[in-house]
Design a protein around this ligand. Structure first.
Ligand code: PEP
Ligand code: MN
Length: 351
């Protein structure tokens, strides 16, 4: 952090800032210019209290130079993190494809979907047992029965399974059945849940909150790693916008930025990101171009009968087509106009 003093800061004011910086655990490097003095607080210390120095006499402003998310930051690391979920590696060379229903509704529905997505190329299975629904009157999930079905479907198909855990009381139970825990968008800043899951041995997928900034999202990930769980995968699932044509604003710029700022793998969820079946294949391709380490897609054997998120669920055949077209080449670059002679000769000819 750089602390810039006002032009006529007194020696006492400067000395006070230096003393306080050191008291908070940092080293103070002082640069005295012709007009201004600058104090650099170097190292790590009590950042929030350091930020309060903007209220100290003689201080003009504070300029942060390091990210507040130290453990998730890419800065100072040469390797990206690869998170293993069973035999699946998220964040390595290959794109991971996670697919399955929004909610587990029945044994038939789950197993039909699980086999269909596996045969179409999925590497992991998803499915909600505990559903965060906006209304208490909507389908809330089958709970522990769904967890048991997910475990069975995972064992039978060989696809590791990820499912959401909504509350601290459910963490051990969900971890008993699932290979990976999902923290839903609405729970991204549920700090008790983050602290509790940090103590769990399972890898975790942290969805971005619907109105969270990238910094807030990464600080939520920081809670998990600081609390003891290094196996964190981020998931961009769209943020709220004013436009009602899409369910959310699928923020691929933030996905690319999160991947640039951190060493963590980032998954894209175009199902929740767009809420529209017709946009999911093209946005999956766009997410890969933006650097996503994997894609998560909702699939239902009969979307029109889905108990949740039917409009954004793909039929198994549509999912197969999506996978097949994922890496199809994009259009070629237009040919450059033919050149006759150099720029100088063309200009001369035109004179
Ligand atoms: C989900 O993945 O089914 C889900 C509820 O996602 P989100 O938390 O992103 O809304
Ligand atoms: Mn859903």
């Amino acid at each position: 952090m750089i602390i810039s003093m006002i032009e006529n800061a007194t020696e006492a004011e400067i000395a006070h800032v230096i003393a306080r910086v050191e008291e908070l655990g940092y080293k103070a490097h002082v640069t005295r210019g012709e007009e201004k003095t600058i104090v650099a607080a170097v190292g790590s210390g009590r950042r929030e209290e350091l930020e309060a120095l903007s209220a100290a006499p003689g201080v003009e402003r504070l300029i942060p130079i390091a990210h507040p998310f130290k453990l998730v930051a890419r800065q100072g690391r040469n390797a990206r993190t690869v998170v293993s979920v069973g035999d699946v590696r998220i964040g390595g060379e290959e794109i991971v494809m996670i697919a399955g229903p929004c909610s587990v509704e029945s044994r038939e529905q789950l197993f039909e979907t699980a086999y269909a997505v596996r045969d179409a190329g999925a590497t992991m299975l998803r499915g909600g047992a505990y559903k965060p629904r906006t209304s208490p009157y909507e389908f809330q999930g089958l709970g522990v029965d769904a967890l048991k079905l997910l475990r069975e479907a995972s064992d039978e198909t060989g696809l590791p399974v990820v499912t959401e855990v909504m509350g601290t009381d459910d963490v051990d139970l969900v971890a008993e059945y699932a290979d990976m825990l999902q923290i839903g968008a609405r729970n991204m800043q549920n700090f008790s849940l983050l602290r509790r899951i940090a103590k769990c041995a399972r890898p975790v997928m942290l969805k971005r909150g619907p109105s969270a900034t990238v910094k807030e999202w990464l600080l939520a990930a920081e809670y998990l790693i600081a609390g003891g769980n290094p196996n964190v995968v981020l998931c961009e699932r769209g943020v709220k916008s004013w436009d009602t044509e899409t369910r959310n604003l699928f923020d691929l710029a933030s996905l690319a930025l999160a991947r640039q700022l951190t060493h963590l793998p980032v998954i894209a969820d175009p199902s929740h990101g767009t809420g529209r079946r017709d946009l999911i294949p093209v946005m999956s391709r766009a997410a890969i171009a933006a650097g996503a380490d994997g894609i998560m897609i909702e699939v239902h054997p009969c979307p029109e009968r889905a108990k949740s998120d039917g409009p954004q669920s793909l039929e198994p055949e549509q999912f197969r087509e999506l996978v097949q077209g994922l890496f199809a080449p994009t259009r070629g670059l237009a040919k450059q106009p033919s050149r006759t002679g150099s720029a100088t000769s063309q200009r001369a000819a035109g004179d």
